[in-house]
Design a protein around this ligand. Sequence first.
Ligand code: G1P
Ligand code: ZN
Length: 541
Amino acid sequence: MTAKTITTTPIDGQKPGTSGLRKKTRVFMGAHYLENFVQAMFDGVGGVEGKVLVVGGDGRFHNDTATQTILAMAAANGASRAIVGQNALLSTPAASNLIRTRKTDGGIILSASHNPGGEDEDFGIKFNMPNGGPAPEGVTNAIFARTKTLDAYHILDAAPVDLSQIGTTRLGEMEVEIVDPVAAYVDLMRDLFDFDAIGRMIAGGLAVRFDAMCAITGPYARAILQDALGAPSGTVTHGTPLPDFGGMHPDPNPTWAHELMDEMMGPNAPGFGAASDGDGDRNMIVGPNCYVSPSDSLAVIAANAHLAPGYKDGLKGVARSMPTSAAVDRVAEALGIDCYETPTGWKFFGNLMDDGRVSLCGEESFGTGSDHVREKDGVWAVLMWLNIMAATGKSVPELMQDHWSRFGRNYYSRHDFEAIETEKADALMSSLRGKLAGLPGQSIGPFVVETADDYAYLDPVDGSRSEQQGVRVVFEGGARFVVRLSGTGTSGATLRLYLERLDTEHLDLEPQAALADVIAAAQDVIGIAAHTGHDAPDVIT
Ligand code: G1P
Ligand code: ZN
């Protein structure tokens, strides 16, 4: 076994965002591409000599091959140990947990999250720091800069490691520890939630449906819901991770998790339904005939988290991304705790959690989590809901009705316009930015614009400033819309339009109807169809 140094040329790597580098799988499969980026990651974090790294991914196509390459490169770069999920599998929250509890120097997670998988779909890779959270911008910038100058990488010329056997083996000088990807995560969930009470509720007749969408959470959900909590087999559907996710688009929203939605809205709906995404960090919660919007889910969890043993002393504070509805703000106010507003993306929450300012956070994009790890966590959110139901004896619809009667209802929706030509999307944004100064005071439909700006954030922990994080237009009375371009797509641009209106009187409207005036006002200001030719959103959540 010898370490080789391969000379290479810089790659055309896009600047990795906090969700890492995402590209078509075939790009990653191209000669030296993955290798160059991995070497740039190692160099960008100051080298891996003597370090301990966690490695694993969501099981999508190329996950296993890429893991072997990463291990051979970690060994050649002098890493002392790699902790790898059996068969190279680890959900993103489970990887974050291992990075933290094993006190490692970080980890490499292979995933393109909720994007489809397969040879012609998406692949991704990211570096997480010793705190278990995604690399901050300083580090991703260093990695990107390195991709531009790299002229060689180091790799061990060795046979692939057998990753199917739990135990410790060697790759050159590096120890490779292959661990059960599920066990440590189940222990963590047991510490946080009242498994006995949830188990009794399930034994008492609550039917649960968890759609793993042929992605990573299948084994986790089976171990917890079926094996530990006693739900019958079949509770977890699409429970085997497949390289192409069985052709499913593993994004837990009403559009893509339509099988679950059909069942939950049908006559024989189980009492509780949920789904998670490709790498297990997102969640969707549904009751019988009762879809819970992620913003509402965050608010309900904030109001009830103290019912779960791991949160019995209450929350330190909460945080939400700017486009997420203000439902949680109202709860925080009632609880007398701080509520932070941050730009889209999980990294901003990490700083607040490391600094002890918040213990719960979430985004409208089906991401909820707490300071138990430094990623959002789909299965965690499901258990939190089940724990709240067990402790209150209330169903999902009852919990929602109670919540809205107490706090009012923040009607909320997001409209996504996908695969827009990048130039057109950029032109739309700059034209919109150009209009902002003139908007305050203007009447648009039934509304009068109160403020209009391009959201910027000053991180209270590290003092960093993030500009252009979404255009927001707030009307008198608090209704608002927000527009931003997605940072996670891999083809063209995706425009996201976020819509919100608080109503304290009418609690049972259909959200699109409740928001019709806001939608019309937003279209009036932005002119999406005129700019892009897209008359209607592709996905509504
Ligand atoms: C999307 C979501 C965002 C989330 C990110 C990673 O990013 O909107 O809330 O943090 O995925 O899961 P976007 O494509 O909007 O940049
Ligand atoms: Zn994800």
